[in-house]
Design a binder for this molecule. Structure first.
Ligand SMILES: NC(=O)c1ccc[n+]([C@@H]2O[C@H](COP(=O)([O-])OP(=O)(O)OC[C@H]3O[C@@H](n4cnc5c(N)ncnc54)[C@H](O)[C@@H]3O)[C@@H](O)[C@H]2O)c1
Length: 246
């Protein structure tokens, strides 16, 4: 995979830890440069420092348009004009459908859905200037199937999947591709406190690792995926195929 992203500059949201940090490491290993944004400023500066000259850290709250504008400005001044976006930042919200707190529901949507829309809007002018680019949205298997007790998260990740298709249609004329990634359970701080890293209905009986998702993200950012847009890419160990008894 070395060199497949040479010359590319990718903004990654939620890059202080977990999947976003992993995507950053994989993009740089593939020859790209990265602008790493997170509300955890200290965490994202640590990751950027580790990656050296190919990376810059920016403070980013994905729910705020001005924050995205500043991230693009600062990032481009440091590492060059953007050619890609990984809209990765996301949060969970607990509570079942009958009783979930409206403010929890709205906050999950603000981060997971508004945050993706605002990210796309912030990078489009740069990608148009570059003559095109690739946007990868991080949805979830929860954007393909329901999960009990997670109405906020499931509805937000279905929305990301739909937004991805709408954006692919609107941006195709600018040679901008937009695809969604749907991870199953992956070992990151996000799943701390959950019962098990391997789900009962998962066909591949090993925990999913951040690298499993980042390999796919690099492919979608690279010219190797030039004929794919508006599509769903699942990386879940076969978790949502159907009934399965290991
Ligand atoms: N880990 C999994 O099992 C899994 C499965 C499916 C989908 N996902 C999705 O992958 C993405 C990354 O998940 P992860 O496992 O790395 O989670 P994580 O909790 O380890 O990391 C998320 C990062 O997003 C940042 N963030 C949160 N709110 C933000 C905001 N308003 N602005 C900017 N940054 C913000 C956090 O500070 C954190 O660094 C999320 O969208 C998540 O829904 C994760």
């Amino acid at each position: 995979m070395s060199g497949v992203l040479a010359g590319q500059v990718v903004l990654i949201s939620g890059a202080a830890q977990g999947l976003g940090e992993s995507h950053a490491r994989f993009v740089v290993a593939a020859g790209g440069r990265v602008v790493l944004g997170d509300i955890d400023g200290e965490g994202v500066r640590r990751v950027a420092k580790d990656l050296g000259e190919a990376a810059v850290a920016v403070d980013l709250d994905v729910t705020e348009p001005d924050s995205w504008a500043a991230a693009v400005r600062t990032g481009e001044a440091a590492v060059g004009g953007l050619t890609g976006l990984v809209a990765n930042a996301g949060i969970f919200g607990h509570g079942d459908t009958a009783t979930v707190d409206l403010e929890v529901f709205r906050q999950v949507h603000r981060v997971n859905v508004d945050g993706v829309l605002l990210g796309i809007q912030a990078v489009v002018p740069s990608l148009v200037r570059a003559g095109g680019g690739s946007i990868v949205t991080i949805s979830s298997v929860a954007g393909l199937i329901g999960i009990e007790n997670h109405p906020s998260y499931v509805s937000s990740k279905f929305a990301v999947r739909g937004l991805t298709k709408a954006a692919a249609l609107d941006l195709g004329r600018h040679h901008i591709r937009v695809n969604s990634v749907h991870p199953g359970r992956i070992v990151t701080p996000f799943i701390d406190g959950l019962d098990s890293a391997v789900l009962p209905n998962q066909v591949i009986r090993e925990p999913g690792q951040p690298a499993d998702v980042s390999e796919l993200v690099v492919f979608l950012l690279s010219p190797a995926s030039r004929f794919s847009t508006g599509s769903e890419f699942v990386v879940d160990g076969g978790r949502q195929l159907g009934e399965f008894r290991p």
